[in-house]
Design a binder for this molecule. Structure first.
Ligand code: NDP
Ligand code: AKB
Length: 273
């Protein structure tokens, strides 16, 4: 049995002892895993690349004494979340961070349809299933936290990233709804709505990002907001763009978002009022 040198923090007392993190092998999910291990949480790490998760488990166990379990699965597969819920049935999970997700860029009609549907499955369906399964367990024990990932692009249509932005709009709306429902049952739900973050996301989506927040900053700001807010916009850029866009009519927001997305692709776009 490893001794635990890490902090027994207020966060762990409120949401521990274990956290389940999807998309833990990279980017924002990975940063959450490290920071939660530092807070003294035991972890269940979920992503497709089991070898990467195993290396993390060894590292976080050695550095923080965290008890880390690895679940290598493709969450876009319809059987994945039911399997995950079944194998974690007796695990003391007080916090779920559902970071697994991906995006695409370019005109909708040029996209690969199977990949767009796969995105909806991962970014939306798996998030609903996870929130339902763990939400029930947490409500029964009258405590817990669920962190979901919206985006700066989740508050209106985004030409050249239409499906991705719609999945994030879905998550934003879903999170706001279940946050109000679950709060009286002792469960805190947080929607994280970052602007560009410097992870492998952009390369996978074929996007070019300029100024970007770090995944560590996003994880830190989100853990600070959990239990206090329903939506957090981590970093200056997310706040500044979010507030600026909020002042425009919806069609204006769509037009500005088209310009922003064009800058990330170099492709032309026409948006009608
Ligand atoms: N980066 C950004 O600019 C922003 C990101 N977001 C959102 O934040 C979340 C995290 O993004 P970020 O960390 O940047 O992305 P990354 O691409 O860096 O990481 C994505 C993670 O999701 C996992 N993943 C991808 N597909 C699947 C799948 N089918 N099943 C299980 N796991 C999967 C990947 O692991 P593996 O390949 O091993 O499966 C990886 O761990 C996403 O929901 C994203 O939409 C929101 C706003 C901005
Ligand atoms: C489009 C972006 O800048 C970002 N990747 C996001 O998810 O919002």
């Amino acid at each position: 049995m490893t001794s635990k040198p890490s902090k027994d923090s207020a966060l762990k007392r409120r949401f521990g002892p274990a956290a389940l993190i999807t998309g833990a092998s990279d980017g924002i999910g990975r940063a959450f895993a490290t920071q939660l291990a530092e807070h003294g949480f035991d972890l269940i790490l979920v992503a497709r690349r089991g070898d990467v998760l195993q290396d993390m488990a060894l590292d976080l166990g050695t550095r923080f004494g965290a008890d880390v379990r690895v679940l290598a699965m493709d969450l876009s597969d319809p059987s994945a979340v039911p399997d995950l819920l079944s194998v974690t049935e007796s695990a003391p999970v007080g916090l779920v961070v559902a970071a697994a997700g991906f995006g695409s860029i370019g005109p909708f009609l040029d996209q690969d349809m199977a990949s767009e549907i796969n995105m909806v499955d991962l970014n939306c369906r798996s998030v609903v299933e996870l929130s339902y399964g763990f939400g029930q367990r947490m409500s029964a024990s009258k405590r817990g936290g669920i962190v979901l990932f919206s985006s700066l692009v989740g508050f209106n249509g985004a030409p050249l990233s239409a499906t991705y932005a719609a999945t994030k709009g879905f998550v934003q709306s879903f999170a706001e709804g279940i946050a109000a429902e679950m709060r009286p049952h002792g469960v805190s739900v947080l929607s994280v709505a970052p602007g560009p973050v410097g992870t492998g996301f952009a390369a996978r989506a074929g996007m070019q990002m300029g100024q970007a927040a770090t995944p560590e900053m996003v994880a830190h700001a989100s853990l600070g907001a959990l239990g206090r807010k329903t939506t957090v916009r981590p970093g200056f850029l997310a706040k500044f763009l979010g507030w600026s866009l909020a002042m425009l009519p919806r069609w204006g927001r769509v037009r500005v978002m088209g310009i922003i997305m064009k800058g990330m692709t170099g492709k032309e776009v026409t948006v009608r009022k």
